[in-house]
Design a protein around this ligand. Structure first.
Ligand SMILES: [Zn+2]
Length: 205
């Protein structure tokens, strides 16, 4: 905890972390650019493209201002309809990426890959405490937790849940990986003052 956080309420602390992120980043050596991120992304010097070898896709990096700009104009234009648009967009992505990841892996390993990949890509840290039980079919719904959500920290403290793209992505990927139709609803979010984001992933029908 930073010194100035000592007298803050949890809500003020979260807001501080969102508005002053540089105070919480590790200090590294920036004299040489880093061209690979874990084993997932690398910059191909021949094609001059950033690529993700796991899903064999070209990658473009987006930053929090890029997302906030998109998000704010989407809400200005479509009001609450923006939430449906973002969720459906997330589903489209989840279906595609789920298909790529599931091709050469068992369900449990593909699900873990999906979560690890999300972490490398910057979504935040995904956790599914009862992953095995939903894969085996013992439970028809599970809780999915997301720490330090990119979309929530980009949107800021809005007083509402913000991670519709992530919710859709989880529902889409689960539908492919678990071979049943799923929906995913965000119930807690950093953007409305919760300590982390929490989703309910539920089998449909
Ligand atoms: Zn959230």
């Amino acid at each position: 905890m930073q010194m100035e956080e000592v007298d803050m309420t949890p809500r003020e602390m979260l807001q501080h972390r969102i508005t002053q992120p540089s105070q919480y980043l590790a200090k590294g050596d920036d004299s040489e650019p880093d061209f690979s991120i874990g084993k997932v992304l690398h910059f191909d010097r021949r094609t001059k493209r950033l690529v993700d070898d796991l899903a064999n896709v070209r990658v473009m990096v987006i930053d929090s201002d890029f997302y906030k700009g998109l998000r704010d104009e989407l809400f200005n234009t479509f009001k609450s309809g923006a939430t449906i648009i973002l969720y459906q967009m997330g589903i489209g992505y989840g279906l595609l990426t789920g298909s790529k990841i599931s091709q050469s892996s068992s369900t449990i390993s593909a699900s873990r890959k999906f979560m690890r990949r999300g972490e490398y890509q910057g979504y935040g840290q995904l956790e599914v405490p009862l992953l095995g039980s939903i894969i085996s079919g013992i439970h028809r719904e599970v809780v999915v937790r997301l720490k330090d959500s990119f979309y929530a920290t980009s949107a800021g403290q809005t007083g509402q849940v913000e991670c519709y793209l992530t919710a859709g992505m989880i529902a889409g990927a689960a539908t492919i990986l678990l071979k049943k139709k799923f929906k995913c609803v965000e119930e807690k979010c950093l953007s409305k003052g919760d300590e982390y984001c929490e989703f309910r992933l539920k089998e449909e029908g």
